[in-house]
Design a protein around this ligand. Structure first.
Ligand SMILES: *Cc1c(COP(=O)(O)O)cnc(C)c1O
Length: 831
């Protein structure tokens, strides 16, 4: 479905600042990095916390985009730079986007299921999709695109071929739902549940429920669970207030009281649950292949929606049996022959393919990008239309190698002829038989297959089998944390991300790739070889090296790394080196010691330093900086203040002597929010990026990044009085159950946590360590915990913050994170 520019201008009430021919718009673009089809695209320049969207217009214009929606910050003078563009001006670009999408939604009369709630939205949405895809052609949000920006992008996908929409809506503060409601306009509502999650933006639970209920103000039917007292009252009050305009039909379910669907029995065995309920006086039942409480609730919500849609109970029961877990994250794993594997088994459709390709594109560590794709089922388009469109996307995303698996895709071979290397197989089995002749080597491989193609067989061939202790790194949490700090920056302040010590233990190029994608201004590493690694993996951002030494000067120049100069010794040595190499204006950073007393020029050195710099042409001072010794501690705020005064004074002397300006920076993570006046021209963000901040009010806005997981190798019963482990240090004080897990001090787990000092998270409970920590193993007392051999154990993560483990070990999170040894495999994923 497409619209003409003049139609859109009317819908969003825009002023046409400049009009070229009346183009046709098929795609909307909100993020300049995600451009796919320049010609049919309309870019909405959304204002961010730190910049106006106008920043990206030049870039996009250069890439062929010709249609833009801007707000009043766009200056009329700028028009001359875009002679061929059509520019629509509105008061607020986000509101304009949302009105356009609301208008678009209005063009379709088929049912739309709207889902909200604190937890389970994405699962309920995807389960409904699994349950309904045979009967409907479904359009839904890709992944959990449920925000103010995710919803418009999702609803915009609606077209005439679809027969059902399923959209989830998520809000984090009051007054957001009204806008999502206008775009989704649900005809059947599902309220999954209400929990404590994301409460910050709301006064209390009741307000949170009421805000979420606004999704249903015009919705004639609503499914919800009455067992939560707040929810029950709120829904009743809501139904009676909206009554005049909207006689809403409530479909309640309960495990305790009479309800439209009243559950009378729930019985789980090892891997399935039977749920029996009363519905319209009949006893009905479903069996689902899950046993956890959340799955039972989510499946029940789906059950109600299906009954409400009039689907026959026999059919529902049959489909429920085949529910599958929803895999929401994108994972990057190490593969065979120096490959990296992204296994996205979520689904194969155009939207989720584009998201996965973005993730692939961020990875620069291998020279080659490969996609293995199955037939795309149920796209609503003919093969002849679909595959050429996909081929165009692949070319845009610079895919070097393409492997198509399936009968349909094989028939469309010619469409992919613009990709350098292609292979086609009619089935996964045919691919498997040829696997060894395909020679995968040093490439990033994205696997994207519809369920029926069983791509797990392929991932099994490609992935390296790993030792069962892993450090999982949530890349979307890093992005989230980055944004939390970016929002706190004064306008124009740059950001240097600290990726030293293997990115505080969490990886190197994987993290740097992500930071580069999100356009931070600078990276900093401790040693030259860390910088070399990043350059070799395709990182092009400027990189500061904090401990440069003479032996590494060659490498610095070869890889364009910028040293920190902190003493006259190193300064003169580098000056000589540059002179001998005949190099001028080489970028360097000057470190001043203002009280940390670690590295840096001292106040009395500054005049001499200024003279040397003034008289020499070999350096170009990129930045002058200092480091705060106690920016996190209120009792030392006076000292911090003194450091900053000393810094400003010295940097002023340097600035007065130099003919060009440099960047001044002094603030680390804690200083960003505790000393806003010290943000100066740039800040250096370290530990906060990785989800740890010593200020609780800041910590609360961060997401957990790293999870250290291990597994139980054996479980034993030990009698009261018996000892466990080396030196017989662990004595069972009662008859106990002991689990041995696959991690030890060689993995970086501190031995000081022996004998009950440390604990691990086993099946929702904390289990203390019994006996001494060994090199490769640890024994836990799991008495009273229902665990089995092979079960997962969390060493630290969301449930058990790394700061707690650090406190037990009488150290700080930095030490624990950077101490996880390299034999522990890292797995990167995006939610
Ligand atoms: C490590 C480091 C930082 C980052 O500190 P955090 O407390 O992790 O934010 C900043 N500046 C310098 C010089 C550093 O060495």
């Amino acid at each position: 479905m497409s619209y003409s520019i003049s139609q859109i201008a009317t819908i969003i009430k825009a002023k046409q600042l400049q009009q070229q021919q009346d183009a046709t718009v098929e795609h909307i673009l909100l993020d300049s990095r995600k451009l796919l089809f320049p010609s049919g695209t309309l870019f909405f320049a959304l204002a961010g916390p730190r910049r106006t969207g106008n920043t990206f217009i030049t870039e996009l214009y250069g890439k062929g985009v010709r249609n833009f929606v801007v707000d009043e910050s766009f200056s009329i003078e700028a028009i001359a730079q875009y002679p061929e563009a059509t520019i629509l001006q509105v008061v607020n670009t986000l509101t304009a986007l949302q009105s356009l999408v609301a208008y678009h939604r209005h063009q379709f009369k088929y049912p739309v299921i709207g889902i909200t709630g604190s937890n389970g939205k994405t699962i309920v949405k995807d389960w409904l999709y699994q349950l309904l895809q045979d009967d409907y052609n479904v359009v839904r949000n890709p992944k959990s695109y449920n925000s103010q920006i995710g919803v418009p992008l999702s609803v915009w996908q609606m077209n005439e071929q679809h027969t059902l929409g399923i959209f989830e809506a998520g809000i984090s503060q009051p007054d957001e739902m009204q806008r999502l409601e206008k775009m989704i306009q649900p005809t059947i509502g599902a309220f999954t549940n209400i929990g404590e999650a994301h409460s910050e933006g709301f006064l209390n639970i009741r307000q949170k429920i009421n805000e979420k209920l606004k999704l249903f103000v015009h919705c004639p039917q609503l499914v919800y669970n009455v067992d939560d007292a707040d929810m029950n009252e709120a829904v009743a009050a809501f139904a009676s207030t909206v009554k005049q305009n909207n006689p809403i039909q409530l479909f309640s379910w309960s495990k305790r009281v009479v309800a439209t669907l009243q559950i009378i029995n729930i019985e789980s065995n090892a891997n399935a649950t039977i749920i029996i309920a009363l519905y319209k006086e009949d006893k009905i039942k479903i069996t689902i292949p899950f046993t956890d409480a959340a799955s039972i609730d989510n499946a029940t919500t789906c059950w109600c929606v299906l009954l409400q849609l009039g689907i026959k109970q026999e059919l529902i029961a049959e489909k429920m049996l085949r529910l599958r877990a929803v895999e929401m994250r994108l994972e990057l794993k190490e593969g065979i022959n120096n490959c990296s594997i992204i296994n996205d088994s979520y689904s194969a459709d155009i939207n989720s393919l584009t998201i996965a390709l973005d993730f692939l594109q961020q990875q620069q560590q291998h020279p080659k990008r490969t996609l293995i794709l199955s037939d795309i089922l149920q796209s609503g388009k003919s093969s002849a239309e679909l595959y050429p469109a996909i081929a165009a996307i692949l070319q845009q995303k610079k895919i070097n190698r393409f492997i198509g698996i399936g009968l349909d895709i094989s028939k469309q071979k010619e469409a992919f002829s613009n990709i350098p290397e292609t292979n086609f197989f009619t089935s996964t089995e045919a691919f498997r038989q040829q696997f060894h002749s395909l020679h995968f080597y040093n490439e990033t491989i994205l696997l994207k297959g519809a369920r029926a193609f069983e791509f797990e067989q392929i991932s099994h061939l490609l992935e390296q089998q790993i030792h069962q202790t892993v450090l999982e790194i949530d890349l979307s949490a890093i992005t989230h944390n980055l944004k939390q700090y970016q929002q706190l920056l004064n306008p124009g302040v740059k950001l240097m991300a600290m990726v030293k010590a293997f990115s505080y233990g969490s990886g190197s190029f994987e993290i740097a790739n992500l930071l580069q994608f999100h356009k931070v201004d600078y990276l900093a590493v401790a040693y030259a070889d860390e910088g070399v690694e990043l350059r070799k993996s395709g990182i092009t951002l400027p990189i500061m090296v904090m401990n440069a030494e003479e032996t590494t000067f060659d490498v610095l120049l070869q890889y364009n790394l910028e040293p920190e100069l902190y003493s006259f010794n190193i300064l003169y040595a580098f000056q000589n080196y540059l002179q001998q190499s005949g190099i001028n204006s080489y970028p360097v950073h000057l470190k001043l010691d203002t009280g940390m007393h670690r590295l840096g020029f001292e106040p009395q050195d500054i005049d001499t330093l200024a003279e040397v710099l003034q008289s020499s042409t070999v350096f170009k001072v990129q930045s002058v900086f200092s480091h705060l010794a106690a920016s996190d501690a209120a009792e030392h705020d006076g000292f911090t203040e003194a450091q900053s005064i000393s810094f400003l004074k010295s940097s002023k002397i340097l600035q007065d002597k130099l003919s060009y300006t440099f960047i001044r920076h002094i603030g680390n993570t804690s200083a960003i929010h505790r000393h806003k006046n010290l943000q100066l021209d740039m800040v250096r963000l370290g530990i906060g990026l990785y989800g740890v901040d010593s200020t609780p009010s800041m910590q609360q806005h961060l997401k957990n990044v790293t999870t250290l997981k291990t597994t139980i190798s054996q479980i034993k019963k030990v009698k009261k009085g018996e000892s466990v482990g080396y030196s017989r240090k662990g004595i069972a004080t009662k008859d106990s159950v002991i689990a041995t897990v696959r991690i030890g001090y060689a993995d970086g787990y501190p031995r000081i946590l022996s004998n009950g000092t440390g604990k691990m998270w086993v099946k929702g409970k904390l289990a203390p360590i019994i006996g001494n920590v060994c090199m490769d193993m640890i024994m836990l007392d799991i008495t009273g915990i229902d665990a089995n051999e092979g079960d997962e154990v969390i060493v630290f993560g969301k449930e058990l913050p790394v700061s707690d483990v650090a406190a037990w070990a009488q150290t700080i999170a930095y030490e624990i994170l950077t101490g996880i040894s390299q034999r522990v495999k890292r797995i990167y994923y995006e939610e």
